[in-house]
Ligand binder design. Structure first.
Ligand code: HEM
Ligand SMILES: *[C@@H]1O[C@H](CO)[C@@H](O)[C@H](O)[C@H]1NC(C)=O
Ligand SMILES: *[C@@H]1O[C@H](CO)[C@@H](O)[C@H](O)[C@H]1NC(C)=O
Ligand SMILES: *[C@@H]1O[C@H](CO)[C@@H](O)[C@H](O)[C@H]1NC(C)=O
Ligand SMILES: *[C@@H]1O[C@H](CO)[C@@H](O)[C@H](O)[C@H]1NC(C)=O
Length: 436
């Protein structure tokens, strides 16, 4: 009996020891309340502007209660938006309704994001450093405090599994599953090309740091991240970018010609080392295809602008064209790319004026979580089918000849025909609910 009591005592002690440490490790604050430890056994939740109160920010304020009760669930909203095609065809045709819904889409989405940005890998509380140091990816969720019983806080194993094992178990796709929405490789490479302007980790500092200090759609993947790189890529005539002509077609210039750093393995000959804004775009012919398309587009817009403004100098033509390409990119992203991803029958609209009478903030900060979730490698097929040829990965990567041999038109045609994989891993049961 005594021994039993002693054992219980030890267990209780163990429990106390376990609970001691940082009480925020169990993430007691709900509804985006912020936890602050008060010594080793107490904590406080700051529920400011969460719409909730109480020690754990769990009790809704009256207005929150009304809103929560009246608001349709996200699943219901999604269902409505992805069904009733006839209804949406009418809405899409009535411009003030379409505008009002699009305005709501933009403002409600932006309210989901903390702004100014909050945490990063080194700061689980708000600080000037976390706000102002643009070298960090921000974090939507604070990092788990250092002094927690387990790496995940209080749950899970004492030690995290090896990252390699985790990646293989969770992320690696074994079997190609064609995307049920019919997504093409043209879309997949667009995703990769577009997102690499802001998912650009600084491997010297580590994966918590970002090289793309613009944190958004600044087209640094076309123009270079630094002014030095931009200048090397520019022709300094009529606002244009440097280019070369191969068999009558326009392609990016070579590394040798412009002298910017690009990542190519030693076996790639000088004549095939194309130079573009992003150092790594020689890796995938799909990326080099888009880089070539945007290079051509930049120089085309320069011609149009010069025609309208013959008095503008090179600098003004270049800068204005860059702004125009940013606008074109965002239009494509909203009206084609996000439209496809969403599956909505509501027709999304790119129109900056929708927000001119709204309170809306335009700052952006890229978060680590966003980057992690955007590793859409399962979109990639087992091999790449271009015209009559089939390329294995070995033949495809770092092979810019694929771009010049086939030419942009044929690449676009082939990549548009080939179906991409679905992103979500398919486990036997756990994903079934979400896929409906
Ligand atoms: C043949 C196709 C592709 C190849 C060979 C490839 C290869 C790679 C490699 C080697 C990395 C660096 C990994 C590391 O640093 O640990 C990477 C990162 C990444 N990839 Fe891909 N990838 C491909 C397609 C895609 C596609 C279609 C997407 C779609 C969005 C994508 C999204 C990303 C993202 C978001 C990162 C992280 C970038 C960063 O943080 O700097 N990749 N990929
Ligand atoms: C707050 O959360 C803690 C830890 O999860 C729990 O023990 C406590 O009962 C909660 N308090 C209230 C008032 O809900
Ligand atoms: C209404 O929408 C349909 C289908 O989206 C379209 O074909 C038609 O031209 C539109 N009508 C008007 C008046 O805009
Ligand atoms: C941002 O933080 C990193 C890591 O602590 C540091 O090396 C760098 O100097 C900081 N940058 C600025 C501009 O303060
Ligand atoms: C690269 O692509 C070219 C052109 O399609 C092809 O002929 C060549 O075999 C590829 N190179 C490698 C190393 O596979």
């Amino acid at each position: 009996m005594i021994r039993f009591t002693f054992a219980v005592f030890l267990l209780a002690l163990g429990y106390l020891v376990c609970v001691e440490g940082n009480p925020c490790c169990s993430e007691p604050c709900q509804n985006r309340g912020v936890c602050t430890a008060m010594g080793t056994d107490k904590y406080e939740c700051d529920c400011t502007r969460t719409g909730f109160f109480g020690p754990n920010c769990t009790t809704p304020e009256f207005l929150t209660w009304v809103k929560v009760s009246l608001k349709p669930s996200p699943n219901a909203v999604h269902y409505i938006l992805t069904h009733f095609k006839g209804f949406w065809n009418i809405i899409n045709n009535i411009s003030f309704l379409r505008d009002a819904i699009m305005r709501y889409v933009l403002t409600s989405r932006s309210h989901l994001i903390d702004s100014p940005p909050t945490f990063n890998v080194d700061y689980g509380y708000k600080s000037w450093e976390a706000y102002s140091n643009l070298s960090y990816y921000t974090r939507s969720l604070p990092p788990v405090p250092e002094d927690c019983p387990t790496p995940m806080g209080v749950e899970g194993k004492k030690e995290l599994p090896d990252a390699k094992v985790l990646a293989e178990k969770l992320l690696m796709r074994r079997q190609f599953i064609p995307d049920p929405q019919g997504t093409s490789l043209m879309f997949a490479f667009f995703a990769q090309h577009f997102t690499h302007q802001f998912f650009k980790s600084d491997m010297k500092r580590g994966p918590a740091f970002i090289q793309a200090k613009g944190h958004g759609v600044d087209l640094n993947h076309i123009y270079g991240e630094t002014l030095d790189r931009q200048h090397k890529l520019r022709l300094f005539k009529d606002g244009k970018l440097k280019y070369q002509v191969l068999e009558g077609e326009i392609y990016p210039p070579t590394v040798k010609e412009v002298g910017v750093e690009m990542h190519y393995p030693p076996h790639v000959p000088d004549s095939h080392r194309f130079a573009v804004g992003h150092e790594a775009f020689g890796l995938v012919p799909g990326l080099m295809m888009y880089a070539t398309i945007w290079l051509r587009e930049h120089n085309r817009v320069c011609d149009v602008l010069k025609e309208v403004h013959p008095d503008w100098d090179d600098e003004r033509l270049f800068q204005t064209t860059r702004l125009i390409l940013i606008g074109e990119t965002i239009k494509i992203v909203i009206e084609d790319y996000v439209q496809h991803l969403s599956g909505y029958n509501f027709k999304l609209k790119f129109d900056p004026e929708l927000l001119f009478n709204q309170r809306f903030q335009y700052q952006n900060r890229i978060s680590s979580e966003f980057n992690t979730l955007y590793h859409w490698h399962p979109l990639m097929p087992d091999s790449f089918h271009i015209e009559e040829k089939d390329y294995s990965y070995k033949q495809f990567v770092f092979n810019t000849s694929v771009v010049t041999e086939h030419g942009i038109n044929n690449l676009v045609e082939s990549f548009t025909k080939q179906i991409a994989g679905r992103v979500r891993a398919v486990c036997t049961n756990c994903c079934r609910k979400h896929s409906d």
